[in-house]
Design a protein around this ligand. Structure first.
Ligand code: HEM
Length: 503
């Protein structure tokens, strides 16, 4: 046999070996996963046919129906990919508290073109090192420094909403999303993009498009392979906008670094806004401090983390606030109680809130928590099962994906009687007694819990309190009519239609 023949024979044997290994793995998975109950799985596509026949607005109802038929642990198949859905708090705890199960599921892969391997998507020692390094960035003192940003941006929002405060019906979601984008740009990058006043700016619309197309892709498993996604119009648009987003954050980091190098006496760079120049620390400053103080962080590493904050800190809070507004708009009594608490805090003054004010908003905090129970911004958490394990009496083989179903687990009647009822009093200290600690995990739990949860609660309080102090909210659509799409973020498919009246 000549050398070319030997190359071909070796390549054929290698390919056959790989195919056999692949098949063996598939059979091994089918063997164990097949014993777990779940809907009809067809050859090749598995239960993926459901994603094709069910529209996004029907997915939550479908998953509820599967739970009712197959129980609190069920399996789904997408081709070769097995997912085990886990709903009970006791089993969710097992996964979230494990230091071995910290690798995210494949579903997070399509976030990587945007976020690289930042805190959300990384694993192993890289994640551990970054988590340790970034935890101080969310210290109380740092968050206190952001309260002014929250309050100012909320004030812009209140002014913008004035055009709609004559009782006519409109979708409040876009206004909330632009406000939270303004907040995260300023707190993460120290940049004022003025999204609320200029939603058409290239960076603002590119960020919104990247987030939207990432969500769309999450619901379409056939778009997961990158080479297919790149060939579609959505894929081409995604990469074009992604380039704009990355160029922007890259430029901000570069300029901020240069600014510091030219003014070494100033510890922090300055944040510029329309009222002049103010000294304010952004997460980016803290990262630059760390890199200048010997941490192993180059500009590309910093960009991963800044982009991660931009993603995690924008849509999650926008969705959470919009759902809270929706629920308040359905419950005038609860809305009134929240308003009375604000009256007590602010008396007749129209001053902006301080950190202490935000901390005093105890009832509003219960409202926010209850809204996050019914509509958790992150409805599913995915993990890669990195070793054979056992859960709820089922064997879970290594290599399957674990999907923790927060939306359903937050409705477990064992811990939440009359689960669909919106009742902030469930979060009174007495009512919490005896409840499983993992029955409510909108910010996840264990080692990979949300690093930004205190930031998020403060931001929500600042925005919601500003709206409540100025307007009475009335929701237009019924609870049943507003459908949530279980994308990466639990988003109301047709927005949140409200009527506002000035107080
Ligand atoms: C209501 C708002 C928010 C909700 C409901 C929320 C929820 C979550 C959840 C459930 C996770 C775990 C995800 C997973 O394991 O797959 C997470 C992780 C994370 N969140 Fe949030 N989040 C919110 C706001 C924020 C904000 C404002 C920031 C930053 C400014 C942030 C930064 C992060 C980061 C960096 C991670 C990854 C942490 C790690 O893996 O170590 N989040 N968040």
């Amino acid at each position: 046999m000549d050398w070319w023949g030997r190359v071909k024979a070796t390549a054929t044997v290698a390919l056959l070996a790989a195919a056999l290994q692949h098949e063996a793995r598939r059979w091994r998975l089918w063997g164990s996963v097949g014993r777990i109950p779940g809907p009809l799985a067809l050859p090749l596509v598995g239960t993926g046919w459901l994603a094709i026949v069910i529209r996004p607005e029907g997915l939550m109802a479908l998953l509820k129906n599967i739970k009712e038929r197959h129980g609190m642990i069920f399996r789904m198949w997408y081709g070769n990919l097995a997912e085990i859905h886990i709903i009970q708090a006791e089993n969710i705890e097992k996964v979230l508290t494990s230091y071995e199960l910290i690798t995210k599921s494949v579903h997070y892969k399509f976030l990587k073109p945007w976020l690289g391997e930042g805190l959300l998507t990384s694993t192993g020692s890289k994640w551990q090192r970054r988590r340790k390094m970034l935890t101080p960035a969310f210290h109380f003192k740092i968050l206190e420094n952001f309260v002014g940003v929250f309050a100012e941006k909320a004030q812009v929002l209140v002014q913008k909403l004035r055009n709609n405060a004559d009782g006519h019906e409109f979708d409040i979601y876009p206004s909330i999303a632009l406000c939270s984008l303004d907040i995260i740009c300023e707190t993460a990058m120290g940049t004022c993009v003025n999204a609320q006043n200029d939603a058409t700016s290239e960076y603002v619309s590119a960020t919104c498009t990247v987030a939207e197309l990432t969500m769309k892709r999450a619901l379409r498993p056939w778009l997961y392979p990158d080479f297919i996604f790149r060939m579609t119009p959505s894929g081409r648009q995604y990469y074009k906008c992604l380039n704009t987003v990355h160029q922007f954050s890259k430029q901000v980091i570069k300029e901020r670094r240069q600014q510091r190098e030219h003014s070494p006496n100033k510890e922090r760079a300055l944040v510029q806004d329309e009222t002049g120049v103010k000294s304010r620390v952004a997460f980016l400053d803290l990262l630059l401090d760390m890199s200048m103080n010997g941490e192993n962080l180059d500009d590309a590493d910093i960009q991963e983390e800044v982009d991660t904050f931009m993603f995690e800190g924008h849509d999650t809070t926008a969705a959470a606030m919009s759902w809270a507004i929706f629920l308040l708009g359905h419950h005038p009594d609860i809305q009134q109680k929240a308003f009375e608490e604000l009256n007590e805090i602010f008396q007749d003054s129209d001053r902006l809130p301080t950190m202490q004010d935000l901390q005093n908003m105890k009832y509003l905090e219960m409202v926010i928590k209850e809204a996050l129970r019914l509509y958790p911004s992150v409805p599913f958490i995915g993990r890669f099962n990195s070793k054979d394990s056992e859960c709820g009496g089922h064997k879970l083989p290594e290599g399957v994906m674990l999907v923790l179903h927060l939306y359903e687990s937050h409705r477990d009647p064992r811990y939440w009687p009359d689960p669909e009822r919106f009742d902030p009093d469930r979060f009174l200290p007495d009512s919490k007694q005896g409840r499983h600690p993992f029955a409510y995990v909108p910010f996840s739990g264990g080692p990979r819990s949300c690093i930004g949860q205190r930031f998020a609660l403060l931001e929500e309080k600042a925005i919601l309190s500003s709206i409540l102090r100025n307007y009475v909210i009335e929701s237009v659509e019924s609870r049943e009519n507003v459908k949530a799409a279980p994308e990466l973020i639990l988003r109301p498919i047709d927005g949140i239609k409200v009527k506002l009246n000035a107080r």
